[in-house]
Design a protein around this ligand. Sequence first.
Ligand SMILES: Cc1cc2nc3c(=O)[nH]c(=O)nc-3n(C[C@H](O)[C@H](O)[C@H](O)COP(=O)(O)OP(=O)(O)OC[C@H]3O[C@@H](n4cnc5c(N)ncnc54)[C@H](O)[C@@H]3O)c2cc1C
Length: 414
Amino acid sequence: MNIGIIGGGIIGLSSAYYLNKAGHQVTIIDQTDLKDGCSHGNAGMIVPSHFIPLATPGMISKGIKWMFSSTSPFYVRPRLSGDLIKWGYQFYKHSTKQHVAHSIPALKEISLLSKAMYQQMARDLSFDFGYSERGLMMLYQNAETEKEEAETAHLANKIGIEAHVLSEAEVQQLEPEVKVKVRGGVYFPGDAHLTPQLLVKQLIAYLKEKGVDFKTNTYVTDLITERGSIKVLKTNGGDLSFDEVIIATGSWSGEVAAKLGITVPMQAGKGYSFTLQNMVRNVQIPSIFLEARVAITPMGNALRFGGTMEITGVDHGINMNRVKGIVNSIPHYYPEMKVAMPEEKEIWHGLRPCSPDGLPYIGKSRRIKNLTFATGHSMMGLSLGPGTGKLISEIIDHEKPSMPIAAFDPERFD
Ligand SMILES: Cc1cc2nc3c(=O)[nH]c(=O)nc-3n(C[C@H](O)[C@H](O)[C@H](O)COP(=O)(O)OP(=O)(O)OC[C@H]3O[C@@H](n4cnc5c(N)ncnc54)[C@H](O)[C@@H]3O)c2cc1C
């Protein structure tokens, strides 16, 4: 089949990878030149440990507390936007124990599927994208976080995700080059990491070589339907037609779906990262500073710090106060690491595509015959990319999906 994928981030590229392998003619259409974007400068973590969705009991009260500090890791810009209000209401409605229980099996399954796909890609592809299985360390400073994280570790072990609660000395033993100051940590040995910009750049080159067509700087302005199918994609470069269309447009998916009259609630969650090069003594295991919500990932001899979640719409401004929040958190956990405040030009930002219930949208549209969604992966798009791509290829080919996908129904809010 002739398949058009709108969006060339990790989700669109992973879908193209498996659809191309299955023998389809694939075209990726993206409004940018694909040299940057959310899939490039993120923290590169592959996280089966993240089986709990963002919408959880207690998250709203934490969020409200954070809203009042300019250096905190979370902020919602109050706006008179119907979409934001509806999204916020759905987030609130899903912040329940029942929703968490319903989401855990689906998130766990797709994470494990995706990690298995990464393992296979690391074996099959001739290029190196820094894939490494050293686990993930969740580090904490206070008793309240310790209690929450111990509960998560207990639950993880119960569902088959290995987790170990460690003392400060045990954390230090696993981190021989960098002095650590923590109350303790939880170690998830099954997590992995990679260098996202290396993966994306080389995957694009690989797909081009395999015959995938890339239409960059091409903005899809409209999707024209006829008898319940998409007939034409209107773009600034002319009309395009495909047998099947996949919407993998990340934070923009709400507005693209709206052109078809379909409600796919989505908010952009802006985050920042900066990368220190040529570390003489580097962190060995990717870590998350839990109270500060900062992610730290070694990438070769570089070290990347990422964090913050600003729900401010599709907005590309850099808020240096939030970056300061990230920098200020470092000595609390790594007391001997001296990190100067980076300049604005050194800050990367990305817009995470956030669904209100913390689950992605993966599956066929019920309303439009030749339309499939692959979006809304929020803080885990890199992690879930190949798993999603594999599922998309199975859906398009009417094969039994590798896992149940009902929880990801793209029209569950429609
Ligand atoms: C600071 C930070 C750290 C992160 N760390 C991690 C991590 O450690 N692990 C992890 O798994 N995830 C992480 N993430 C999240 C991850 O980066 C995202 O979930 C992922 O990149 C989303 O991929 P995507 O393909 O859905 O969207 P994108 O990468 O945003 O791709 C969507 C593409 O669609 C294109 N597009 C949109 N509308 C149109 C249109 N109308 N016409 C043409 N093109 C269009 C856009 O130009 C864009 O290129 C992090 C994010 C941030 C910000």
